[in-house]
Design a protein around this ligand. Structure first.
Ligand SMILES: Cc1ncc(COP(=O)(O)O)c(C=O)c1O
Length: 406
């Protein structure tokens, strides 16, 4: 289809190109009273799709997705489940609950599901927080944290990471007040990469009152190789206030189907089922997740290949002189400060769509080997950049004041 010329009014006025946009129903006067908090909420920014200059292969390295397509056995299970699309899904997610409980060695009543772990996170905050309560988390971390917190009417309390992109758990313990209901610990941390260590989490839990839910967001747990990293299930067994958040989106490669879960003690898990959207986890998602558990060996081999690529990239970058935080996830973090825009542009010119976080840094997903090789080449041409100063200098409140941009 022909693209409108830049001078074409349709290029700047959506109403000119889309007849539905000139429909009076598309320009309603703002009569509905919506919650004022919405105006202060950052939009969740999804990773942009792959795009490249002509003649250059394009790779999407902006959403921490798994580069491998679905396994044939998973596709077959989804096709089979699709024959029942006229029916609602099993609301109690019973088959997946049984299979996963077995795989993890936890009682089935300790599992609760949602449409991706981001939805389960919202279920946790909705279950624990009343208006004005506080949710403590590190910053930068997963960008959904302030959004989910504010949507629940709660207040984010964001504690800057240290200069290696790690949680400062002592400072997080010190940030707890009588209004704190939830603490979110992202391990490994998105976007910086390091996993939280066993001993630092133990110290934190010793200081944290038992009535506060401590959520370990383990979205990338399958990629962790740091021997000192916390083992969420062990911690969960010892602490009734600990909740694990996990997902089929990353290691299992099912981001498009939306299924995540919590491992929580029975009363908490029951609360998470109450705050879930009924029938949220589709029958296709349930079937794909069960088929993935059946194929766990193959999927673990894929994870091992991604980890090997991550290590290869880490060594190549270190050889070039880069000093980056250790990543135990499926991405690497370049804390480039004001050079972030230039580096993201250099990546894009090489066909790599990456994720820039304002003037804090750039996160690049480990993707196909050719994409990773292209990243190493871009980094070599760019030259190692040392950023001095505090990587958390862009504080949470500034971030929220900017409407969550950057
Ligand atoms: C740390 C972290 N937690 C949770 C999620 C949400 O994943 P999903 O909703 O796909 O399970 C993500 C996604 O990028 C993430 O990075």
């Amino acid at each position: 289809m022909e693209q409108p010329a830049p001078s074409d009014p349709a290029a700047s006025d959506p109403a000119a190109s889309d007849p539905a946009a000139s429909d009076p129903a598309a320009s309603d006067p703002p009569t509905a009273r919506l919650r004022p908090v919405l105006a202060r909420l950052p939009d969740y920014t999804p990773g942009r799709p792959a795009a490249a200059p002509a003649g250059v292969a394009a790779y999407k390295l902006s959403s921490n997705e798994n580069p491998y397509g679905p396994l044939p056995s998973v596709l077959a299970a989804v096709a089979d489940a699709a024959t029942q699309l006229n029916r609602y899904p099993d609301m109690s997610v019973s088959v997946l609950t049984q299979r996963l409980a077995q795989a993890l060695g936890v009682p089935p009543q300790c599992l609760a599901f949602g449409t991706g772990s981001v939805a389960v996170l919202a279920q946790v905050v909705a279950a624990a927080c009343d208006s004005g309560d506080e949710v403590v988390f590190a910053w930068r971390s997963f960008e959904a944290y302030p959004i989910v917190t504010r949507l629940a009417g709660a207040e984010p309390v964001m504690v800057g990471l240290d200069e290696r992109g790690r949680h400062r758990l002592d400072a997080m313990a010190a940030a707890i007040t009588e209004r704190t209901r939830v603490v979110l610990v992202c391990t490994p941390n998105n976007p910086t990469g390091p996993a939280v260590h066993r001993d630092e989490l133990r110290r934190f839990l010793d200081r944290c009152p038992d009535e506060i839910l401590v959520v370990l967001d383990e979205a990338y747990v399958e990629f962790v190789r740091d021997p000192e990293a916390v083992a969420g299930l062990d911690v969960w067994r010892e602490h009734p206030n600990v909740v694990l958040l996990r997902t089929f989106s990353k290691a299992y490669g099912l981001a498009g189907l939306r299924v995540g879960y919590a491992v929580a003690h029975p009363s908490v898990a029951a609360a998470l089922r109450k705050t879930a959207t009924p029938f949220g986890v589709s029958s296709l998602a349930q079937a794909a997740a069960v088929a993935s558990l059946d194929a766990v060996q193959e999927l673990q081999e894929r994870v091992a290949a991604i980890v090997a690529e991550r290590e290869r990239v880490a060594v190549a970058l270190a050889d070039q002189g880069w000093t980056l935080p250790r990543s135990d996830a499926n991405f690497v973090w370049f804390p480039l400060g004001p050079e972030s825009g230039r580096f993201a542009a250099a990546c894009e010119a090489a066909g790599l769509v990456v994720r820039r976080y304002g003037d804090d840094g750039v996160r690049v997903t480990i993707g196909e080997p050719a994409a990773n090789a292209a990243l190493v080449e871009v980094a070599e041409r760019f030259g190692p950049c040392l950023v001095r100063g505090d990587p958390a200098r862009h504080t949470a409140s500034e971030y929220l004041e900017r409407g969550g941009r950057g």
